[in-house]
Design a protein around this ligand. Sequence first.
Ligand code: SF4
Ligand code: SF4
Length: 183
Amino acid sequence: MKVEKKNKAIKTIIIDVGKCVGCMACEVICSAFHATPKYSSNNPARSRIRVIRDPIADIYVPVYAGEYAVAECAGRDKYIIDGKEYDECAFCRASCPSRDVFKEPDSGLPLKCDMCESDPPQEKPLCVQWCLNEALIYEVREEEKENEEKLEELEIGLESLANKYGLHKITDIVTRMSVSKKG
Ligand code: SF4
Ligand code: SF4
């Protein structure tokens, strides 16, 4: 079976840490957009972008929420960039058990950036629009991706063949086919 490929848009927010001044505008608009009803309140603790601040060290790191992590990571890295020492978790996007960021304050449920999904779609994510210092830059690029539906079909088909004839038989046939193709 031929696996089809199609393009997928990868949305990224590029963060220019050197331009962030810690004004919190991104946190305010993100939490307001995700309030229920929309724009009824704003609370940075509910924002899907948080700014790690250390004003004495002149450190401001905007980080938008990524995946939920079930467990804390065992090894962490320290970064020193341009003479500034960043906290071990400063660049991490996970909602994880070791800190409070990226968790809904009432329920404790993990928060994840949705690039401000809305209908009709926004031209740019709101935090990017509200960052007047241009510390947040929106980028969309196209990447070729295998058609997941087709792969799923293939997997189901292989599973039923393996159930019918046994996995060894199927593996033998695939090995024989690949050897004869090479030859
Ligand atoms: S709006 Fe921009 S400058 Fe202000 S805290 Fe957020 S990223 Fe930093
Ligand atoms: S892209 Fe939207 S959802 Fe994601 S952090 Fe920015 S404002 Fe929040």
